[in-house]
Design a binder for this molecule. Structure first.
Ligand SMILES: [Zn+2]
Length: 305
């Protein structure tokens, strides 16, 4: 468990739920719920049985809420209503619905809103609960049994190092690619790896001949949530990206400019543009290419931080 979490709260939740390992409990609970929403195409849907099992009476999309989404007690029996604001992508909306479903885990059964632990802060204000809900949302949308299923061949290939399949797998699961990257590398395999997706510039704010970061999955120990924003929309020269055949992944050696660039992005300093980074010691990475996307997977410790 991470240092920034409230460990007394976690222990109290474990006591209330009768488990010695809260994360294992979350995995089991989410897998059980996910089976109720599993569709033929192998993604998890918010079906009526899944929502009912979580005590959710309805999910509404409304522009009338502050923030991202919320859960409210309907005051009828012990059911809840989830409200989400309209999101730019369907996958983001699915993440937030799953996050709100996870909030129901931390209430006493049948009470529609009494917290499991007295140590929980007000709804939305508790960093540990929010962290747990994010983690559970990923476990619900990408349940452990799917990751282990031999039927999901592209997921198996992704786990075996075919990183070029990451967005294809995310699209099959109907989840944001960053969520899948975090779930696989950070939560399940527990690897301190940075996963980046680049796209060759389509003009836009970036000059021709550059590639920009479309999304980044940053391990929590390296700054997690806020640091990833320092990567998004950063651009690198096209010639600095490793050359790979279409639809293939391979181990590559990157120039030392990458080390300086990535270390800078992970630090608290304002990141230097790639072109001005010094060449300081090569760095090993795993890379994969599919269509106009290039994916990189780099051990954070390899950056010498
Ligand atoms: Zn929340």
């Amino acid at each position: 468990m991470r240092a920034h979490l409230n460990h007394a709260l976690i222990t109290d939740l474990e006591r209330s739920l009768g488990t010695a390992n809260l994360l294992a409990w979350v995995e089991k609970k989410c897998s059980r719920l996910a089976t109720l929403g599993l569709s033929k195409d192998g993604s998890v849907r918010f079906t009526k049985p899944l929502l009912e099992a979580a005590g959710i009476a309805e999910v509404v999309v409304t522009g009338q809420i502050n923030g991202c989404s919320c859960i409210t007690s309907r005051g009828e029996g012990d059911s809840f209503r989830i409200s989400v604001r309209p999101f730019s992508t369907k996958q983001d909306k699915r993440f937030w619905i799953a996050h709100e479903i996870a909030h129901t885990f931390w209430y006493q059964k049948g009470t529609a809103g009494l917290p499991l632990s007295n140590l929980q802060a007000r709804y939305g204000d508790d960093r540990t609960i929010e962290w747990l809900c994010n983690r559970a949302a990923a476990a619900l949308l990408v349940p452990a049994f799917l990751l282990e299923s031999p039927q999901h061949s592209s997921l198996n290939r992704l786990r075996r190092g075919e990183i070029h399949l990451i967005e294809k797998c995310a699209s099959e699961l109907d989840v944001p690619p960053r969520l899948l990257a975090r779930r696989l590398w950070h939560d399940v395999m527990q690897q301190e790896k940075l996963v980046l997706a680049f796209e060759a510039s389509d003009g836009g704010p970036h000059p021709e001949g550059t590639a920009c970061v479309r999304w980044a999955a940053v391990p929590e120990t390296a700054g997690g949530g806020t640091t990833r924003l320092k990567f998004e929309r950063k651009s690198v020269p096209l010639e600095s990206l490793p050359r790979l055949p279409q639809a293939l992944s391979d181990d590559v050696t990157l120039s030392g400019q990458w080390r300086a660039f990535l270390s800078d992005c992970l630090s608290k300093r304002r990141a230097t543009p790639f072109r001005r980074c010094a060449d300081s010691g090569r760095v090993m990475a795993r890379a994969g290419r599919l269509d106009s996307r290039l994916f990189l997977e780099i051990e954070v410790s390899a950056l010498g931080l």
